[in-house]
Write a new protein. Structure first.
Lengths: 412, 704
């Protein structure tokens, strides 16, 4: 197995110490960027690497950075460490155990887009992680890796952590920005996108923790090297958060293109109780449910291939469901989650999740199961394409696909 | 010139300014797109999703950058998703389908979602009959519910948000209009959302709760019956009420109102006023009014109102017939110099006739309870074409010795908006005011220093292209003159001039008609006490005896006292003759606002008892004294007034009743869009030109 690129602490246990990180090449990429590269060159390298956002949408990172206009100032970088998708637990491991690589990624991103301040937005429950990062940031300041006139240039940068108050929606980038501004965590209408109108109305790049943790390697080793990993569609490595009915749940850093079967059986040690896999949710609670037939199991995990299965890879939080579970139970869980997390700003999500909740509860109570299942499906469909932010759509994904793909689980 | 964009909405070609939102472009050509959260006076938020429409744009060939043609016409590409018409600006060649099958389906589906959590208690809801949710449901909604009634969201139904506004949490559709109005337009951000998802609620977090003088407006723009006023709730159904156009009588802003009335069993079958609503006048109050205007009209129905004339007999006031009372008053004034003391509560017509009475008998007409420097506004006041809504970057506004928020609330609102558009707002005031946070410069100083401070600011203020100066309550003569001096050379120029923040709605009218000041509060009470000695004093809508015991004493030394009043005041009790006057809600008339806009009001209810209009009373007394004064109707008095007073040249009731198209479009058919504010069909009024009168010595010692 090749050495970890992101979860490097698994190979070098002390990489979370500044001296150890530096001994292993840490902050060389940041120094190189600041002292030898123009911001535009950094953006070009990241663009060429094919790096795509790991927060769920898979948007090309370099392209996003290039949207930042140079006639509106100041610029900001925000690291999205809200990590709230049920089944996703990769960013936390990075921040806890390999924090400097992430912080270096933040720093390089900031330099690339001309930001002198960067924020790390963490979900409220991550307060120990925030405290830990604050220590690391202080160490970097002491070591003149943050602050004014970095590496003898005119570039200055400061990084701040910011804790949310415990809302899934605050992982959505515009709700996150509102939250940093001290407002209710509710999404803004897009466009304008944060790259143009972001934090305090200024151009802002929002990237996931894992996305940013890739950046030092790309700057250090080059775009071609990075592209050689993964698939044509999805370059590089990805941390797959594996959970559900597997023997060895956990984070697995693997190249894109690894199949579901490999992940579950080779790395995850197989299915709990050695039962057959029934379904896979590849993007946490927001997933369309994949019927785990052979074709699906042999599908390489990259954005395009998973899409072809009628699902999304999202943040690659792979939840494995064996045949002991009925899908109505699964969507009962997801609906409860989304009903609880709907921010209430827009009608279809606020009222739709509430309605779906009542319908699934009726189904669970065995009341007119078929009619109510059908109505539930209609209501979910009715929500689609109308919501203000993707959360509302997310809330319907498992519902519609479970009903369509596992009809036998919805019979009275 | 602003750039325009041409697009097609439901087969209609429309050309609108660049940046126009689809929803407004549609409205301009009479196409309705249902909205709840969008309001044309506020930035869009795209929350309710009610306005979903199909939007197509010309396909562009990536290689050439040219539109792709299909059968010689640009090929239109529709996106996979519907778009919210309230957040999407128009673009060239766009094609919008607002009533296609897809759009209609989506609009219906959003309504169905809204109705799942709505109590549908229309039969007992104040909004029923003028409710956007009700109307849009009929027009666009589903015919039946697929949601189980027993699973409806329940919440508190009677929540006092403050002492003026009640909230029904169940009816709220979380559109956020109320919150945004308070935050953005009123500048009193005292409402918020609380909780999230289906539990989202409106709360107030100010102490006292819902602390805003503009709170009533939220009930107009709330698209459901979630917000109602303590004053009106459960008072009447909208369709039972008639509408009468009026003008607020409580401050010099002159907000346009509509009184809703109905015959009421409780009132013995009489027609009574049920509520006051704003009436659109984009140059005066836009579509808003303050809570005083909305709630403080009840004095007109006070049971203590005078209903018949009184004449003093053997030292006691006794009920008399009109003819006897007129005769008695006529005998008193005939052949005497009459001192008229009237207040700015009266209409232009009343003041004009009273002044004629004084002039005709060689007396004098004084304006009671006034500020120093009033006559300066007839020369330096704002004039035709002035609209505070036009002020922005490049303009300067000085507010001296006035607290607009409390004294003339809608001026606060509009000055705040001008400051937000970039006008240079300077405030010189002894105390903090709510307007302060919008000022570019704040000068906190006592009354004695204010004039000097204003002189210091002169260079900065007069550098602006447009300059509007407000002076108010605590101004003294010096300050008034220094404010006027800033406007030298700007006389008659639109969007420039002096505005008095008068205590009464029609003080400006009195100045225009040549009334002289007396003001007990500024020490000239002494002067008034002197002036009444041995005179026949004719008081109208003024109660000096009630305001000041010294004046009560002084009045006893008058030769005779005649009073026209709504109420049995202290002054009335000292009178020889008392005439019962009609309230402004019972008659025709006009006021001149502080912005020198003459505006008509109309009768809303029949007059109380035997009361008569002040102008008619004055005319009748004048006739009894052998003078010829028009008193048959307010309209005819205005004709005389316009012929006699140069500033009013060309003004007639017909002219005052003229309207031009206003934006945004509001009214009964557009409730869902603009709210329950009334459309203006009864007149926008006419702003006076600067009087061509040459008044010498207007400003002491200075060549102005
Ligand atoms: C409801 C919702 C929740 C989200 N939660 C997260 C999250 O917890 N972490 C994250 O990185 N991105 C999350 N996203 C995605 C972000 O909006 C955004 O796309 C991402 O942070 C961009 O970074 P990337 O391009 O590096 O992926 C969420 C999106 C939605 C709609
Ligand atoms: S879709 Fe849901 S989470 Fe997103 S804005 Fe609407 S209510 Fe809020
Ligand atoms: S109270 Fe009325 S205006 Fe306020 S959010 Fe609810 S429905 Fe909208
Ligand atoms: S601002 Fe003045 S005129 Fe307007 S409603 Fe209020 S009190 Fe009446
Ligand atoms: S989203 Fe357009 S009106 Fe509410």
């Amino acid at each position: 197995m090749m050495a970890h690129l992101l979860l490097r602490h698994r190979d070098i246990p002390d990489i979370g110490k500044l001296d150890v990180y530096r001994k292993n090449g840490g902050f060389e990429a940041f120094k190189k960027a600041v002292t030898q590269m123009k911001p535009q060159e950094v953006i070009e390298v990241v663009k060429a690497s094919g790096l795509r956002g790991r927060g769920g949408a898979g948007f090309p990172t370099g392209v996003k950075w290039s949207f930042v206009p140079n006639n509106i100032w100041p610029h900001y970088v925000v690291a999205n460490a809200d990590e709230s998708e049920p089944g996703t637990f990769k960013d936390r491991e990075i921040m806890e155990s390999n924090p400097f690589q992430f912080l270096e990624g933040v720093a390089i991103a900031a330099y690339a887009v001309g930001a002198n301040a960067a924020y790390i937005y963490l979900r409220g429950e991550f307060w120990p992680v925030a405290a830990h990062l604050d220590e690391k940031i202080a160490e970097m300041e002491k070591a003149a890796l943050l602050g004014d006139k970095l590496f003898g240039t005119d570039y200055s940068l400061r990084i701040y952590t910011h804790l949310g108050a415990g809302a899934y929606i605050c992982g959505e980038e515009t709700a996150l920005l509102e939250s940093i501004e001290g407002k209710r965590g509710q999404p803004r209408i897009r466009p304008p996108f944060p790259a143009v109108y972001g934090l305090y109305g200024k151009p802002t790049v929002v990237n996931n923790v894992e996305t940013l943790t890739n950046v030092p390697l790309i700057v250090e080793k080059g775009a071609d090297w990075y592209k050689s990993l993964g698939t044509a569609d999805s370059a590089g490595v990805k941390i797959f958060s594996l959970s559900g009915h597997v023997k060895k749940p956990g984070n697995y850093e693997l190249p894109f293109g690894t199949t579901f079967r490999q992940l579950i059986y080779e790395y995850g040690g197989g299915v709990l109780d050695d039962r057959p896999v029934k379904a896979i949710m590849a993007a946490g609670a927001s997933s369309a449910v994949i019927v785990a037939d052979d074709k699906a199991l042999d599908t390489p995990m990259d954005y395009a291939s998973v899409k072809a299965l009628g699902a999304d890879l999202g943040s690659a939080s792979v939840i494995v469901i064996n045949d002991s579970v009925s899908m109505d139970w699964v969507i009962n869980k997801t609906i409860h989650f989304f009903k609880h997390e709907s921010c209430g700003k827009c009608t279809p999500c606020r009222d739709g999740t509430y309605w779906m909740l009542h319908l699934i509860e009726r189904i669970e109570r065995g009341e007119e199961v078929e009619a109510n299942t059908q109505l539930l499906h209609t209501v979910a469909k009715q929500m689609q394409n109308k919501c203000l932010c993707p959360l509302g759509e997310f809330s319907t994904m498992a519902v519609t696909t479970a009903i369509e793909r596992f009809p036998q689980d919805f019979r009275g | 010139m602003t750039k325009t964009v041409t697009l097609t909405i439901d087969d209609q070609q429309v050309t609108v300014p660049e940046g126009t939102l689809i929803v407004n472009a549609a409205k301009m050509v009479g196409i309705d797109i249902p909205v709840f959260c969008y309001h044309p006076k506020m930035e869009p938020v795209g929350m309710c999703r009610q306005c979903l429409v199909e939007v197509g744009r010309p396909a562009i060939d990536r290689a050439t950058g040219q539109p792709v043609l299909e059968d010689g016409k640009p090929k239109i590409q529709f996106g996979p998703k519907l778009e919210t018409a309230c957040t999407t600006p128009v673009s060239e060649g766009m094609v919008v389908l607002t009533h296609s099958e897809k759009a209609r389906a989506a609009q219906k589906e959003i309504l169905e979602f809204l109705l799942t959590s709505h109590p549908l208690d229309c039969p007992v809801c104040d909004k029923g009959g003028e409710c956007p949710l009700q109307n849009l449901t009929l027009a666009y909604g589903p015919a039946e519910s697929r949601f189980l009634y027993s699973e409806k969201h329940h919440a508190e139904k009677h929540v006092p948000l403050g002492d003026k506004i009640w909230l029904d949490r169940e009816r709220c559709i979380q559109c956020g209009r109320c919150i945004r109005f308070q935050e953005i337009i009123a500048g009193d951000p005292v409402l918020s959302f609380y909780q999230r998802g289906r539990d989202t609620d409106i709360i107030t977090h100010s102490d006292p709760p819902f602390d805003s003088i503009f709170s009533g407006n939220t009930t107009d723009i709330c698209p459901v019956g979630a917000l109602t006023t303590a004053d009106f709730r459960f008072g009447a159904r909208p369709w039972e009420m008639k509408a009468a156009a009026s003008i607020c009588s409580l401050c010099p802003v002159g907000c346009n109102l509509t009184f809703n009335t109905r015959r009421e069993a409780k009132a013995g079958g009489k027609v009574v006023i049920k509520r006051a609503m704003p009436r659109q006048n984009e140059q005066v109050n836009e579509i808003w009014i303050c809570d005083r205007g909305r709630f403080n009209w009840h004095y007109v129905e006070d049971p203590s109102r005078l209903t018949h004339p009184l004449v003093k007999k053997d030292g006691k006031l006794e009920k008399a017939s009109w003819s006897a009372a007129i005769e008695a008053a006529g005998n008193q004034v005939k052949g005497n110099q009459v001192l008229v003391v009237a207040s700015g509560r009266l209409s232009n017509e009343d003041l004009f006739n009273l002044k004629q009475l004084a002039d005709g008998l060689g007396g004098e007409a004084l304006l009671y309870d006034s500020l120093p420097g009033g006559e300066l506004t007839t020369r330096y006041g704002v004039s035709a074409g002035t609209n505070l809504g036009d002020l922005g970057a490049g303009s300067a506004i000085l507010v001296a010795a006035a607290d607009l928020y409390h004294e003339a609330p809608i001026w606060y609102l509009r000055v705040k908006a001008a400051a937000e558009r970039g006008a240079n707002l300077v405030i010189v005031n002894p105390e903090a005011t709510r307007l302060d946070k919008y000022a570019k410069k704040l000068v906190r100083c006592g009354k004695d220093e204010a004039a000097a401070k204003v002189r210091e600011l002169a260079a900065e203020l007069t550098a602006a292209e447009n300059l509007v100066v407000f002076f108010g309550r605590t101004a003294d003569r010096n300050l008034a003159e220094d404010c006027a001096a800033l406007l030298q050379g700007r006389e008659g120029r639109a969007n420039n001039g002096l505005i008095g923040v008068w205590p009464r709605a029609n003080d400006q009218g009195a100045w225009e008609l040549g009334y002289k000041p007396v003001d007990p509060s500024t020490g000239s009470g002494q002067a008034l006490a002197q002036a009444v000695k041995g005179k026949v004093v004719y008081l109208a809508a003024a109660d000096p005896a009630g305001d000041d015991p010294q004046l009560a004493e002084a009045l006893k030394g008058a030769k005779a006292v005649i009073v026209q009043e709504l109420f049995p005041t202290k002054t009335a009790s000292l009178a020889d003759v008392v005439f019962p006057a009609q309230a402004f809600t019972e008659r025709d008339g006009s006021y001149t606002s502080g912005e020198r806009r003459v505006q008509r009001f109309y009768p809303a209810t029949p007059p109380l008892g035997e009361s008569r209009a002040d102008f008619a009373i004055a005319a009748a007394v004048a006739a009894a004294a052998g003078l010829e004064v028009e008193g048959r109707s307010a309209l005819l008095v205005m004709d005389k007034l316009a012929a006699a007073v140069p500033a009013f040249v060309g003004i007639s009731y017909r002219k005052l009743a003229e309207v031009t198209e206003q934006w945004p479009i509001v009214g009964r058919g557009d409730l869902y869009y603009g709210g329950t504010t009334y459309e203006n069909r009864q007149g926008l009024g006419v702003q006076l030109n600067v009087s061509t009168f040459k008044r010498s010595n207007v400003v002491r010692g200075r060549a102005l």
